[in-house]
Design a protein around this ligand. Structure first.
Ligand SMILES: C[S@@+](CC[C@H](N)C(=O)[O-])C[C@H]1O[C@@H](n2cnc3c(N)ncnc32)[C@H](O)[C@@H]1O
Length: 361
């Protein structure tokens, strides 16, 4: 039996202290990194008990203590999902979606591959729990993951996954990490189609990881859709996500620009770049996420100017376009859409900031 290291709980606590300088959510980050090192979900890790020992590591030699007060007392109730905070692309802190009734729905991968398979940095399968409740070797793997996060790498690029609405998406450098704020667009669409069978055809302009399109297809299983992006990296990841979620036959991911598709859709989703080029961003965003997904000219409105004239022709009768906006852009983007004779309604994110415009013909 391997010598026991410190407990998972203490390793997480130490890591959270270390990450406090880098992250606004150090404890959550540390828990997610530990779960990733273990090859478990965070919920499974918490339910499995944080009293489990890691093996000793160079960085974590066996401590003179065993358990801190309260540690190892079962049962441990996992925190509610979606209650964390995160930064959106504007660097604004946003509340995650708390306890969404569908939050546990995860479409099954068709090919048996976990949709969250990390592109890199995934520890080997030998890191799982051993038969005696310990986690041999997890300490070194965890330390390496924490070091990357402490150096400013976004958590989702390290774990290779991000939960969004009811689905889990693979993400990697080259694609924007989906933000909880963008779920406001799906909420707006759900509100628009309440009491109806829902949209049959969905268009996602600037699909990135496929987050909005695939969340909508998860919401409305009869729907099919098209995701457009001009980034080859994003297109590859969106296609992988569609396949991993068993939606490849319903989601067409195509290369394109803001030129229009020639088809009318019941639901148009769009989260374009909307950061002004001189706006300050958190370092982990500015240094790691693709600038082509973030910046849109001096005032952040360049892409809305290009997109607004396209939208009326993309919308079917009775349809809605749900467009993400920066928190200060509601009036300016509304004016651009009204100039196209669209009827607009501004919707707010969970932090109460203007986040989405629902536009109809
Ligand atoms: C803010 S990201 C949104 C990604 C994803 N929809 C999400 O919400 O997580 C904007 C996306 O639009 C794409 N994009 C930017 N300009 C574009 C253009 N002119 N034509 C097509 N896609 C564009 C970027 O590559 C990026 O993936």
């Amino acid at each position: 039996m391997p010598a026991e290291g410190i407990s998972l709980g203490n390793a997480i606590r130490r890591a959270a202290d270390r990450l406090a300088a880098t992250s606004d959510t150090p404890r959550l980050d540390a828990e997610l990194l530990m779960a990733h090192a273990l090859g478990e979900t965070r919920e499974a890790m918490l339910l499995g008990g944080l009293h489990r020992p890691t093996a000793p590591t160079r960085a974590n030699p066996p401590p003179p203590f065993v358990l801190s007060e309260g540690e190892g007392q079962a049962p441990i109730t996992p925190p509610a999902p979606g209650t964390s905070t995160a930064l959106n692309a504007n660097g604004e802190e946003s509340a995650g979606r708390a306890n969404h009734p569908l939050a546990t729905v995860r479409p099954e991968p068709v090919d048996g591959r976990a949709p969250s398979a990390a592109p890199e940095g995934r520890p080997s399968t030998s890191l799982g729990t051993n038969g005696e409740g310990g986690c041999p070797g997890v300490g070194d793997a965890f330390e390496a993951l924490v070091a990357r996060r402490a150096a400013g790498e976004p958590l989702a690029y390290i774990t290779g996954t991000r939960a969004f609405w009811t689905i889990e998406l693979g993400v990697a450098p080259g694609v924007l990490i989906p933000r909880p704020d963008s779920e406001t667009l799906i909420e707006a669409a759900v509100a628009h189609f309440a009491g109806t069978p829902g949209p049959r055809r969905v268009l996602d302009l600037g699909t990135g990881s496929g987050a909005l399109l695939l969340a909508a297809l998860a919401e409305w299983p009869q729907a099919t859709g098209v995701g457009i992006d001009r980034s080859p990296a994003a297109l590859a990841i969106a296609r992988d996500n569609a396949a991993a979620l068993g939606m490849a036959h319903r989601a067409e991911i195509v290369a394109g620009d803001w030129t229009g598709t020639g088809e009318q859709f019941d639901l148009v989703l769009c989260n374009p770049p909307y950061i002004g080029v001189d706006e300050p961003l958190p370092r982990d965003v500015a240094d790691h996420e693709p600038h082509s997904a973030l910046f849109a000219g001096a005032d952040g409105l360049d892409d809305y100017r290009a997109l607004a004239p396209l939208l009326p022709a993309q919308l079917a009768a009775g349809g809605v376009a749900c467009i993400e906006i920066g928190a200060t852009q509601g009036q300016a983007v509304s004016a651009l859409l009204r100039a196209q004779r669209m009827v607009v309604q501004i919707r707010h994110d969970l932090a109460g900031r203007e986040r989405c415009i629902a536009a109809r013909r």
